[in-house]
Design a binder for this molecule. Structure first.
Ligand code: NAP
Length: 280
C-alpha cells in the first residue's frame, strides 16, 4: 500500500488559510493519495520542523508570514526568484529529504496578470514589503519599463529601488516620498501591495480623480473582495482585479512544482477557493 503524502502550510497564524481547500480539491480530482495540512509554527520551532520533514512524509510545503525569509537560513538550494526576492513561499522535499525553496508568489502574480491580458509598461506600486518584491520581480520578467514605489517606510522602498536597479538595469525602479507624488497619469497599472484596504476603516490612499480609463488597478487584497480602491477604480472606468487570482496561481504553481510533470486542475482549485471565500 502506498503511503499518504503530506503537504501543508507553515506560518503563524495559519488557521484562516484557504490553501487546504484548493490543494485537497486538486489531490482528490487527480486521485493522488495526499493530504494538505496546516502547521502553525512559531519561529523557534522552525529549524527542528524542517529537519524532520522526511520522517513525517512531508513532500511539499507552502510558507507564509512570518517565515518566508527566515526559512532561507536553513535551506541551501533555491530558485532564481528566491535569490532575487530573498523570500520563499514554496518548498519541495525530494526522496533524500533535501529541500529546495521557490517563490510562486511572483509566478502566480505573473500568470494572473497574463490571464487578465494586462501588459504592464509603466507601473505604480503602493507598499514595499514581501509581496511587493515578488510583484516587482514578476513585472521585470513581464518587461515593465518603469516602476514607481511608495511605502510609508521610505527607507524600505529605497532599499528595494537600490537592489532592483542594480540587478535589472533595464527597468527603471524609483520611489516617491509622499503618496501624492505617485503620478498615475502616465501609468498603465496601479498595484496595491500594502495591507491598506483590509479593514473597513482603512482610508482610500489614492485620489479618485487621478484614476483614468487607461489604468488597470490591481489590489493584492482578496478579503474583502472589493476594497475601497477597487470600488473607486470601477467608478472611474478602470480595469481592475483583486488578488484572488494571484492566490490561486501561486497555489497552482506550487502544486505543479510538487507533482511535476503533472498539471494542476486550475478550475477545480479556483472553484474551491471561491467556495471558501463565501465562508470567510
Ligand atoms: P508586508 O511585508 O507587511 O508589506 C506591506 C508594506 O506596506 C510594508 O512595508 C508596510 O509598511 C507598507 N504600508 C503599510 N501601510 C502603508 C501605507 N499607508 N502606505 C504605504 N505603505 C504602507 O506585507 P506583504 O506580505 O507584502 O503583504 C501586503 C499585502 O498583500 C497584504 O494585504 C497581503 O494580504 C497581500 N498579499 C496577497 C497575496 C495574494 O496572493 N493575493 C500574496 C501576498 C500578500 P509598515 O511595515 O511600516 O507598516
Amino acid at each position: 500500500m502506498t503511503q499518504q503524502k503530506i503537504f501543508g502550510l507553515i506560518g503563524y497564524p495559519v488557521k484562516h488559510s484557504l490553501s487546504p481547500l484548493m490543494h485537497n480539491a486538486a489531490f482528490s480530482l487527480l486521485k493522488i493519495k495526499a493530504k494538505y495540512k496546516l502547521f502553525p509554527l512559531e519561529e523557534r520551532q522552525l529549524k527542528d520542523f524542517l529537519s524532520g520533514l522526511k520522517k513525517q512524509c512531508i513532500c511539499g510545503l507552502n510558507v507564509t508570514i512570518p517565515h518566508k525569509e527566515k526559512v532561507l537560513e536553513y535551506i541551501k538550494s533555491t530558485s532564481e526568484g528566491v535569490r532575487v526576492i530573498r523570500a520563499a513561499n514554496t518548498l519541495v522535499i525530494d526522496k533524500a529529504g533535501k529541500i529546495k525553496a521557490h517563490n510562486t508568489d511572483c509566478l502566480g502574480f505573473a500568470r494572473h496578470i497574463k490571464e487578465l491580458k494586462v501588459k504592464p509598461k509603466k507601473v505604480a506600486i503602493i507598499g514595499a514589503g514581501g509581496a511587493a518584491k515578488a510583484v516587482i520581480f514578476a513585472l521585470i520578467q513581464l518587461k515593465a519599463q518603469e516602476i514607481c514605489i511608495y511605502d510609508i517606510d521610505k527607507f524600505r522602498a529605497l532599499g528595494l529601488v537600490k537592489r532592483f536597479n542594480q540587478l535589472f538595469p533595464g527597468c527603471r525602479v524609483r520611489t516617491v516620498a509622499r503618496i501624492d507624488e505617485l503620478v498615475l497619469s502616465d501609468k498603465d497599472l496601479l498595484i496595491n501591495a500594502s495591507p491598506v484596504g483590509m479593514k473597513d476603516a482603512d482610508p482610500l490612499l489614492i485620489e479618485p480623480r487621478n484614476l483614468h480609463k487607461d489604468l488597470f488597478v490591481y489590489d493584492l487584497i482578496y478579503n474583502p473582495a472589493e476594497t475601497k480602491l477597487l470600488k473607486a477604480a470601477k467608478v472611474a472606468g478602470c480595469g481592475f482585479s483583486n488578488g484572488l487570482g494571484m492566490l490561486l496561481y501561486q497555489g497552482v504553481e506550487a502544486l505543479e512544482i510538487w507533482l511535476k510533470p503533472k498539471k494542476a486542475p486550475v478550475e477545480v482549485m479556483r472553484a474551491a477557493l471561491l467556495k471558501g471565500m463565501k465562508k470567510l
